[in-house]
Design a protein around this ligand. Structure first.
Ligand SMILES: *Cc1c(COP(=O)(O)O)cnc(C)c1O
Length: 392
């Protein structure tokens, strides 16, 4: 049985698990029923009410992982993001967002909020002062994302949580990039923690899910809207996600370690112009990352030196796959300019510091030497192309 004093890997493996009293099986039984007897009038079990046995069990694991009181499991990260925001925002309210948001979240805000009469501001940067500067009389929510995509900037979680408390606002964080292994924002005073469980929680690029963790009171507020919006996750996937999280501590720590080594290797490489990784001393927010993160994560970005074609480089990789998504056990690479940030104008990207050749690298659990060998062979192909062009 799980206990509060247990360490991370024990929590990952056991927190919330269901007991198979019938056969004494090793893992939580899967209850696929969408219909339950109506004996107990207090509990009307129905998957859309987020209260089937497997949903409740996994929610307990999520709450334990993020040091919250309660949690809800959603059908996607965006279902968790949209439902959490809309639960606290009414017509005429205002919300402050960090300028560097996940693309789906910024689309939700820019494309949908106006028709609900919800006002919003984006910060100009991610310093605490820049968040406080955007607060108005009708502000209700402050929303951050750290480390951010794709430049891995770090927001001071504790400072923003304090600002929110001082102004009586609900503070929310998208904690997807860090995962609960590397960062627990509730410990720093954040009210609502959101994850796309599609990423590190699932970890094998085969599950779409989301979760929100908070106090009992806030989860009840979110639940009241969630049951009407209907974004709960089906029990089979809930069960798959419970299984995936058992290895999350092991996976993410291996990814942290690989990413740190690869960041160092890339930083010292003559063909690489710049590396963005909070674990590097050269990262402008390294000290802040050290203060609030337990590990620096598996995500890094880098730019090749002038003259080397980054998209030709990506295509020349053999082991590292090109992929939109991230956080799987397999390493993947993507050009944010062509994908997540393609809808921004070149000027907007420039303002955010996103160069055209920037590559975002989601580091997996493969052996470091094989990842480096793949990068070396791809760089060689790209260098040869440059030389051939020069010779002709
Ligand atoms: C992927 C992602 C989301 C959205 O999650 P989905 O599961 O794709 O809906 C939100 N925030 C971040 C930081 C993400 O990486």
């Amino acid at each position: 049985m799980y206990h509060k004093s247990h360490g991370l890997n024990t929590v990952c493996t056991h927190a919330g698990e269901l007991e198979d009293s019938q056969y004494k099986g090793a893992v939580s039984p899967l209850y696929m029923s969408t219909s339950y007897a109506f004996e107990d009038v207090e509990v009307k079990r129905y998957p859309r009410y987020f209260n089937t046995p497997n949903q409740v069990a996994l929610a307990k694991k999520m709450a334990a992982l993020e040091h919250g009181e309660e949690a809800l499991i959603f059908g996607s990260g965006m279902a968790a993001v949209s439902t959490s925001l809309m639960a606290f925002l009414h017509k005429g309210d205002h919300v402050v967002f960090q300028n560097t948001l996940y693309g789906g979240t910024s689309n939700l805000v820019v494309e949908e909020f106006e028709k609900f009469g919800i006002e919003y501001s984006f910060t100009t940067g991610s310093s605490p002062e820049e968040f406080e500067a955007e607060i108005k009389d009708n502000t209700k929510v402050i929303y951050i994302e750290t480390p951010s995509n794709p430049l891995l900037t770090i927001t001071d979680v504790k400072a923003v949580a304090e600002i929110a408390k001082r102004h009586n606002l609900v503070s929310m964080i998208d904690n997807t990039f860090a995962s609960p292994v590397n960062q627990n924002p509730i410990d720093f005073g954040i009210d609502v923690v959101i994850h796309s469980a599609t990423k590190y929680m699932g970890g094998h690029s085969d599950i779409l899910a989301g979760t929100v963790i908070s106090s009992e009171k806030h989860i009840d507020t979110i639940f009241q809207l969630a049951k009407n919006f209907g974004g709960s996750l089906s029990d089979y996937t809930v069960w798959m996600l419970e299984r995936s999280i058992k290895t999350m501590g092991l996976r993410v720590k291996a990814q942290n370690k690989n990413a740190q080594k690869l960041a160092k290797y890339l930083e010292n490489h003559p063909d690489v112009a710049r590396v963005y990784y909070p674990g590097l001393e050269s990262h402008p927010d390294h000290e802040l990352a050290k203060a609030q993160m337990k590990g620096f994560g598996g995500m890094l970005s880098f730019e090749l030196r002038d003259g080397l074609d980054s998209s030709f480089f990506s295509k020349s990789l053999k082991l590292i796959k090109s992929s939109m998504s991230l956080a799987g056990v397999e390493s993947t690479i993507v050009a944010p300019t062509l994908t997540s940030h393609a809808l921004l104008t070149p000027e907007e990207r420039e303002k955010q510091g996103i160069k055209n050749g920037l590559l975002r690298f989601s580091v997996g659990i493969e052996d470091k030497k094989d990842l480096i060998a793949d990068i070396e062979q791809a760089l060689k192909v790209v260098r040869t192309e440059v030389k051939e062009l020069q010779d002709n």
